[in-house]
Design a protein around this ligand. Structure first.
Ligand code: PRP
Length: 202
């Protein structure tokens, strides 16, 4: 049976996401250990209460007084969609592949993140746009730096950047601030230790 959502406060939203990470699994592949959970991997299936918690935390993180919202595929995209709907903002998406149709208008940059290295292609940002970036997670900060570079390369300005979760070991928030001058907000901090996910008090 489906039920319509009601508003959730920041505290309840934080508790919901913390509970997700306390239940999260950890998977190891090669040199990497990563958490697998309902928020970022839909495993188990993303529950409406978690989606609403994510929306609450992201949309409460800034003013969103900008021209456009930008998000990188694919884990941040469901949350970007909700925030774009909430603030009635056009949504630009950065992808790992190019569309030949408007290659002259896309902004291509190199990306080096915790799990992916290659190129990132951003469409839909025009010179002069004021932009807010949203994503699910920040770890090394590589994705956020690539997003900021792509937006600036398109002649636009990054006003705000918000992630729901920060993986603290790689100090991504500090790295982004040092390399770009953009302060990324986060609502929950986690650390992966062995087969556990530890939630850290912020
Ligand atoms: O700070 P970073 O080291 O860049 O890590 C953060 C990125 O990692 C996750 O994406 P992932 O690579 O797992 O997949 P996605 O890009 O498809 O969402 C997450 O969605 C961020 O985009």
């Amino acid at each position: 049976m489906s039920m319509r959502n009601t508003e959730m406060g920041i505290e309840a939203a934080t508790e919901q996401i913390v509970a997700v990470y306390e239940d999260a699994g950890v998977t190891h592949s090669g040199e990497h250990a990563t958490t697998v959970n309902q928020l970022t991997d839909q495993l188990p299936a993303l529950q409406p209460r978690t989606l609403e918690a994510a929306r609450t935390l992201l949309s409460g993180a800034g003013s969103f007084d900008v021209d456009k919202l930008a998000v990188e595929e694919d884990k941040g995209l469901p949350f970007g969609v909700l925030v774009a709907r909430e603030y009635s903002l056009p949504l630009a998406v950065a992808r790992w592949y190019t569309y030949d149709l408007n290659a002259d208008r896309q902004s291509a940059v190199e990306i080096d993140s915790e799990y992916f290295s290659g190129d990132l292609y951003l469409n839909g940002i025009e010179p002069g746009d004021a932009v807010t970036i949203v994503d699910d997670t920040i770890s090394t900060g590589g994705t956020m730096i690539a997003m900021i570079e792509a937006i600036e390369k398109a002649g636009a300005v990054v006003e705000e950047a918000h992630c729901i979760v920060e993986k603290t070991r790689k100090n991504g928030v500090d790295r982004v601030a040092e390399e770009t001058g953009v302060d990324v907000t986060t609502s929950i901090a986690i650390e992966i230790e062995g087969n556990n996910v530890n939630v850290i008090d912020k």
